[in-house]
Write a protein that binds this ligand. Structure first.
Ligand code: DUC
Ligand code: ZN
Ligand code: ZN
Length: 463
């Protein structure tokens, strides 16, 4: 199968230009002006952007958590991703107690293989940092194709500072990256105790308990661990302006501290927790939504390069039947997480590019190019000859009103219900296969659900 995309504006992280793109099989073969090659399919992309498929480095698909399981499996989650213009997902597999990293990776691969519509990678989540697991890090980087490792400083499965330090040392030596969920367990624990004693357990108190200071403290602690080891760290789902200043301060003193934020922290505020009829539960996630000032700060961080990537932290639970299972009277029992896998590119374009907060080139960088570099995905992340043909033909003028009814993610709400978008995918290709297409008034999945494959990621620079 070959495809010729004619006259589109190719957007790269460093600039944009009009050209034709010829895709042969799974790969971008040639880029040039006035290409006259025979193709099975020719698409007139005049007036459209040619973007690299987005890479979502932060999803929780089919994940057992807080007494239930996130509601998307690999079939629905990956179809939703494709319809958003996301052609690669990097999901987490949280290690069980006593489990090896090999088994944790294989467990999640077993769920994904034969079911996923787009390519995927896995970050092992380390919860049991035994000496044999620390020793296994080298193999995970070089043999398993999984060079990034998530640790939590919050939740029951958190690791201690010693484990963080040991993992920073190992990843430095062998070319890996530690990703940290940065929230202080003990600060949140104490605030939870106080709210429980006062009987204030409505969803807004989730946000109060997961205080900004808890994020700041943990970011600072992680930065100090980087200073101590000379390694590098990636802060996942950075949510607050104050957390960002800690990242910035660390970077300003020469430390390799990187950060990811998410569309929800760029677009939604903590007022959501006060919505009537217990609707606030929809936004119970960790870290929580923040006051409006943080949104402006995070956009600036994204624009200026202190935040390198955007991921969704897609962790969907149905409002009816999951969010309300046990937590109606106690926010501490509401499963943490919200859907977002299908709305990332449209939100970044509408709220970021159209509103002048970031350029379209920066959007491509934070959604694809920088992400591919950060996580060892050399075959992806740019529209360039030789790369995988993961391509979005994007109509920057197309209007769409977000509604869960027209999304494919398997959950009963979206946090952005009713939001007006400008700019939507026209056609999405995953390694040269058409997987999604604008049709009538929405993007529809048109691919074969099971053609995505596990991507063996490359080791990162060791130092
Ligand atoms: N935060 C969430 O809200 N859900 C999944 C895990 C996490 O860190
Ligand atoms: Zn997390
Ligand atoms: Zn997460």
């Amino acid at each position: 199968m070959s495809v010729l995309l004619k006259n589109g504006l190719i957007v790269t992280a460093t600039g944009s230009y009009t050209a034709d793109v010829f895709v042969e099989g799974e790969i971008i073969k040639t880029i040039g002006t006035g290409l006259s090659v025979k193709a099975d399919e020719t698409v007139d992309a005049t007036g459209k952007y040619i973007l690299p498929g987005a890479i979502d480095p932060h999803t929780h698909i089919d994940m057992p958590f807080m007494g239930t399981t996130s509601s998307d499996d690999w079939r629905t989650g990956s179809m939703a991703a494709a319809c958003c213009g996301t052609t690669c997902i990097i999901d987490f597999s949280l290690q069980g107690k006593g489990e090896s990293l090999r088994d944790a990776v294989d467990r999640q691969k077993g769920k994904a293989d034969g079911k996923t519509a787009v390519d995927y990678g896995i970050h092992p989540g380390i919860t049991d940092a035994r000496p044999d697991v620390i020793a296994e890090v080298k193999k995970a980087i070089h043999d398993y194709g999984t060079p990034s490792f998530k640790i939590f400083l919050f939740y029951d499965f958190r690791v201690d500072d010693y484990a963080m330090i040991r993992l920073l040392e190992e990843t430095k030596k062998h070319g890996g990256l530690v990703q940290v969920h940065a929230e202080s367990f003990d600060m949140i624990r104490r605030l939870n105790e106080q709210f429980a004693a006062d009987g204030t357990l409505a969803p807004i108190y989730h946000a109060r308990a997961h205080a900004v200071l808890a994020e700041e403290e943990a970011v600072e602690r992680a930065a100090m661990a980087v200073e101590f080891t000379g390694s590098r760290i990636y802060v996942v789902h950075l949510s607050s302006g104050q957390g960002l200043w800690r990242v910035k301060a660390a970077r300003d003193r020469g430390l390799r501290v990187y950060a990811e934020t998410c569309p929800q922290y760029l677009t939604l505020t903590e007022e959501r927790y006060n919505e009537p009829d217990w609707n606030g539960a929809k936004y119970v996630m960790s870290p929580p939504l923040r006051p409006a000032e943080s949104l402006d700060d995070l956009w600036l961080g994204l624009r200026d390069g202190d935040v390198q990537t955007v991921g969704t932290d897609h962790c969907p639970f149905n409002f009816k039947g999951q969010k309300d299972m046990a937590g109606k009277d106690d926010y501490r029992k509401i499963p943490n997480g919200a859907p977002g896998i299908e709305t990332m590119l449209m939100l970044l374009h509408t709220e970021g590019v159209v509103k002048g907060r970031i350029t379209k080139e920066r959007m491509v960088d934070v959604l694809s190019t920088s992400t591919s570099r950060m996580f060892g995905l050399g075959s992806k992340g740019a529209v360039a000859a030789g790369k995988d043909a993961d391509i979005v033909v994007f109509d920057p003028k197309r209007k769409f009103t977000i509604t869960q009814k027209k999304l494919h993610q398997n959950v009963d709400y979206t946090p952005w219900e009713g939001w007006e978008m400008t700019g939507m995918p026209q056609v999405v290709y995953s390694r040269g296969r058409k997987v999604a297409e604008w049709n009538g008034d929405q993007v529809k999945f048109v691919g074969e659900p099971a053609k995505g494959k596990f991507v063996t990621r490359e080791p990162l620079a060791a130092f």
